[in-house]
Design a protein around this ligand. Structure first.
Ligand code: ADP
Ligand code: MG
Length: 156
């Protein structure tokens, strides 16, 4: 199951992220893993920023390009925003104790999951972003039963 949405500008992306955020506020975010795919500059961090804001984050959302991960405390959960672009070797994830990040009291958003190898959990949602005309095309695909039931509920 997937939702494809053309976002002509950042405002439209903000709206899309907020609509997904609504589903998490309503149905829960615990244990959810979201992969964000797309070329550099496609809009992975931008989408994450708006999603975190819709979940109640106030203030800056730093891109975790250099730190690999930035933690947030939202909806009573540890929400982790990863950017694995600079990961040289998936083994680095072992060193940072990657497994401890994924549990029933956390949720994660992962940019460049392709670089994480098989140390990452299965994604509930994969958000794929493509440049299209002057905007971006966001495809949100559900891969688990939980994610599918959420997307069933998706309101534009
Ligand atoms: P990524 O994390 O995928 O490398 P960023 O989110 O950091 O990309 O950057 C996306 C850039 O594209 C930002 O400068 C943003 O303002 C711009 N942009 C233009 N149109 C859109 C859109 N519709 N949705 C998201 N970002 C957009
Ligand atoms: Mg980014």
């Amino acid at each position: 199951m997937k939702v494809i949405e053309y976002c002509v500008d950042e405002k439209a992306t903000c709206r899309l992220a907020a609509n997904l955020g609504l589903l998490f506020k309503k149905n829960g975010l615990a244990g959810i893993c979201i992969f964000l795919k797309g070329d550099l500059g496609a809009g992975k961090t931008t989408f994450t920023r708006y999603l975190l804001k819709s979940l109640g984050h106030v203030g800056n959302v730093k891109s975790p390009t250099y730190t690999l991960v930035e933690p947030y405390d939202l909806l009573g959960l540890n929400v982790y925003h990863f950017d694995l672009y600079r990961l040289a070797d998936p083994e680095e994830l072992e060193f940072m104790g990657i497994r401890d990040y994924f549990n029933t009291k956390s949720a994660s958003l992962i940019e460049w999951p392709e670089r994480g190898g098989d140390l990452l959990p299965q994604a509930d949602f994969v958000i794929d972003i493509k440049y299209k005309d002057e905007g971006r095309e966001y495809t949100i695909e559900a891969f688990t039963d939980t994610a599918k039931s959420y997307l069933n509920d998706f309101q534009r």
